[in-house]
Design a protein around this ligand. Structure first.
Ligand SMILES: [Cu+2]
Length: 177
């Protein structure tokens, strides 16, 4: 496992560190107007709000996926993993991103993410997030793909990720209808 983490950290340094820093620079401006619109998915008590994916940068085949999980129920649930078809990417995983001594460190959310009853958890730029590695094609704004979020209790929630420039960029959903 530690070998996997080490090799992933190398990959991160090589391919992701700079794009993530650029995205972080934009993130604070975007977060203020995060919208809850029609682009939501619900199974049982779990609602997934506005799943979106950052377009790929240059020749990168790695990107981040973002969404909000809301637990409308009275019992806790846990997001265990994210899955995509191998026609979309070689792998999809959930990561946490923490600042340690001024450096962003990313590692797998190997125990999943607890979603307490009545609470929302954001998977967002600069925090916990999903990641696709080995994308089969560049992702451009307006592209879409399906993915599954797997929960301990709610089971599989199928969602559609939309490639957008930021979390507030599709308030009107004009590009998608
Ligand atoms: Cu990551």
């Amino acid at each position: 496992m530690s070998g996997f983490v080490e090799s992933m950290n190398l990959q991160v340094k090589k391919f992701l560190y700079k794009p993530i820093m650029k995205l972080l620079f934009l993130a604070s401006a975007c977060l203020a107007s995060f919208s809850i619109g029609a682009h939501d998915f619900k199974v049982g008590d779990i609602e997934i709000q506005h799943p979106w994916v950052a377009p790929t940068i240059a020749s990168s085949r790695v990107t981040g996926v973002y969404f909000t999980v809301k637990n409308l129920g009275k019992t806790s649930d846990k997001l265990i993993r994210i899955e995509v078809s191998d026609e979309v990417a070689d792998s999809a995983s959930l990561h946490e991103l923490r600042e340690v001594d001024g450096l962003l460190r990313m590692r797998p959310l190997s125990n999943g993410k607890q979603i307490h009853p009545g609470k929302s958890v954001q998977f967002k730029q600069g925090g916990d997030h999903g990641m696709l590695m080995g994308l089969k094609a560049p992702l451009l704004i307006g592209d879409k793909f399906e993915a599954s979020l797997v929960f301990e209790n709610a089971g599989i929630v199928n969602v559609e990720f939309w490639a957008e420039s930021g979390p507030d960029s599709s308030d009107s959903h004009a590009n998608h209808l």
